[in-house]
Design a protein around this ligand. Sequence first.
Ligand SMILES: [Mn+2]
Length: 473
Amino acid sequence: MMAYKDFRDFLHTLEKEGQLLTISDEVKPEPDLAAANRALNNLGEKTPALFFNNIYGYTDARIAMNVMGSWPNHALMMGMPKNTPLKEQFFEFARRYEQFPVPVKREETAPFHEVEITEDINLFDILPLFRLNQGDGGFYLDKAILVSRDLDDPDTYGKQNVGLYRMQVKGKNRLGIQPVPQHDIAIHIRQAEERGENLKVAIALGCEPVITTAASTPLLYDQSEYEMAGAIQGEPYRVVKAKDADLDLPWGAEVILEGEVLAGEREYEGPFGEFTGHYSGGRAMPVIQINRVYHRKQPIFEHLYIGMPWTETDYMIGVNTSVPLFQQLKDAFPNEIVAVNAMYTHGLVAIISTKTRYGGFAKAVGMRALTTPHGLGYCKLVIVVDEEVDPFNLPQVMWALSTKLHPKHDAVIVPGLSILPLDPGSDPAGMTHKMILDATTPVAPDIRGHYSQSLDSPLGVAEWEKKLSQMLR
Ligand SMILES: [Mn+2]
């Protein structure tokens, strides 16, 4: 593929492909922007991005939303035709994932250097902020990436972290951040606080979707998100140095905020409507002070709607959650694992298609999923299906559950495992039982049921599929 130069380049491509809807009628920041997005997400999985350029109360604000909020837009992120089926996107993503790492390309200057602010920073002036859900505790940046470095090992490039974390705007130059313990940023904050130092960070808004994708992929701790972005786009990812810290910034961003996590400070953060379809509640969380801002002239503010699935979040972290799990399971069972669909609420439910070598094998595959890095914090329910069942085809998965599963033998509950505290069912928050449902056909020595006469298809189906799909075009 040809890499997108910057965020605007991607928006131009969406427009050219009929996947960007510009709304020039005047809209109110609240509730119109979130309501339009929620409505769009209710309308199916091929919807466009939204571009608002006439916002009540602002003279020249521009807001892009739902940028990756459909399968066509996800395909275009990867430089594939917009009608590429989801399963093809999954296998192509997996292929590119194996090209990791692709070293970055360094630049001296970036378009966002056009405007620089170091005095009297006021984020309320710079960004057209608005709330999403009715119970949100404030304005949020929920599609910004945050860059930080490992203080104990600053020279290992992969330990520089690029992550997507929710941040609440708490003052003119003050943000709250929620670092979930399972995420890399929590390690960096702990290192800094143990030294009594502030942690330098940089935040980028309005990025090319490839870095947003890499930043929200559950990579290993020492794998560089920038080098993964290069692998996904098939050419080196472009970065430029921050001014206040030794951090790399995405060259194509619209807005950069440089600052520091204040050691030892905690403030009430939340509540915020989350990807679980529930509010998170409020907790004492770290605080970031912003010291420097750069942005392009007339910057485009990118935001996303988040709430009960499906929303842009689910498209953005669907394939890129499934692929690492797929690769890690293949490391353990290279000849058996066929595909993994961990797209449901960020992998709280995962479906694995596998060959089975002997009785009990599928349950072992399910157990392995629970102990992968992502599985430790997610994967509450793992459904294992035969190799013939397409895990992305939910009717087929339901068929497997309805015909292959014996509740007495095939439902395994493992008590007292970890889960991200945002799971509203966890009790106490962060703890849960997990379940494996083995919906594969029993194989020897596990001879149960009467599965010997599985149904075949009429001869010639493949030819007819080809012929009919041409006639139906
Ligand atoms: Mn990382």
